[in-house]
Design a protein around this ligand. Structure first.
Ligand code: AP5
Length: 219
């Protein structure tokens, strides 16, 4: 697969985002990336975070780190993750609240894999409202179902992620459709959804996301 190198000339990280964000010259972008399992959220999150100089916060990565370290949270999360189910909201919400309270997220963040339920949307609204800020955009990656299954089965061979078996992949897709897909509509009604075609080379998708978000950050 082609390796993406952000084009430094065309995509210099922004240093200001103009009025309206209330933080003067400090870079700020509060973003969510959404899409079904295998859409490329984690892959693209790294480039977006680098581009805007904000941390990418992946709930899946935090859970996996806790699983590999054998923490209490990891033991609890693993039961759900291995079955393709969502970790209970109260566990996930507290984890995200603590993470976005960290100093590196003060001037912005990109959430990957959160929120995933209506209750998580409400909780996140409260967290952001408390800081006096607002969400800037929700990037929604769209990818064909066949391509998604292909990507995840390929990753299963390379990485052996515990939830990349055929049955669990199917369950993760079902849970996404039931519980998370409806959230796109919630954010669409707020006028902050940026839909991006997630098909094609990684670098092509990155270019599309940057183009769409540059419009947001200039508005
Ligand atoms: P999480 O880790 O978030 O998994 P997911 O949503 O299933 O997403 P994936 O990591 O599988 O896919 P992705 O969209 O990030 O794609 P990626 O870039 O990796 O969550 C795991 C579990 O944790 C959940 O099932 C749940 O149990 C729990 N959890 C997490 N958050 C939670 C929450 N908020 N509430 C409750 N529970 C929660 O790409 C996939 C593959 O495709 C990679 O191999 C990649 O190299 C490849 N690829 C990417 N882009 C392309 C491209 N353009 N072309 C070809 N290949 C590509």
């Amino acid at each position: 697969m082609q390796q993406h190198r952000p084009d430094e000339q065309r995509h210099r990280p922004r240093t200001t985002f103009g009025p309206g964000h209330g933080e003067g010259d400090t870079p700020t972008m509060r973003l969510i990336i959404m899409g079904p399992p295998g859409a490329g959220k984690g892959t693209q999150a790294k480039f977006i975070a680098e581009h805007f100089g904000i941390p990418a916060i992946s709930t899946g990565d935090i859970f996996r780190r806790n699983v590999s370290e054998g923490t209490e949270l990891g033991v609890e999360a693993k039961r759900y993750m291995d079955a393709g189910e969502y970790v209970p909201d109260e566990v996930t919400n507290l984890m995200v609240r603590n993470r976005i309270d960290e100093p590196d997220a003060e001037h912005g963040f990109l959430l990957d894999g959160y929120p995933r339920t209506v209750a998580q949307v409400e909780e996140l609204d409260g967290m952001i409202r408390f800081t006096g800020h607002q969400l800037d955009a929700v990037v929604c990656l769209t990818v064909d179902q066949d391509e998604i299954v292909q990507r995840l089965l390929q990753r299963a061979q390379i990485e052996g992620r515990a939830d990349d078996t055929e049955d669990v992949i199917r369950r993760r897709q079902e849970v996404y459709v039931e519980q998370t897909e409806p959230l796109v509509e919630v954010y669409r009604k707020r006028g902050i959804v940026v839909e991006v075609d997630g098909m094609g080379e990684v670098s092509e998708v990155t270019e599309r996301i940057f183009a769409a978000l540059d419009v947001v950050s200039e508005s």
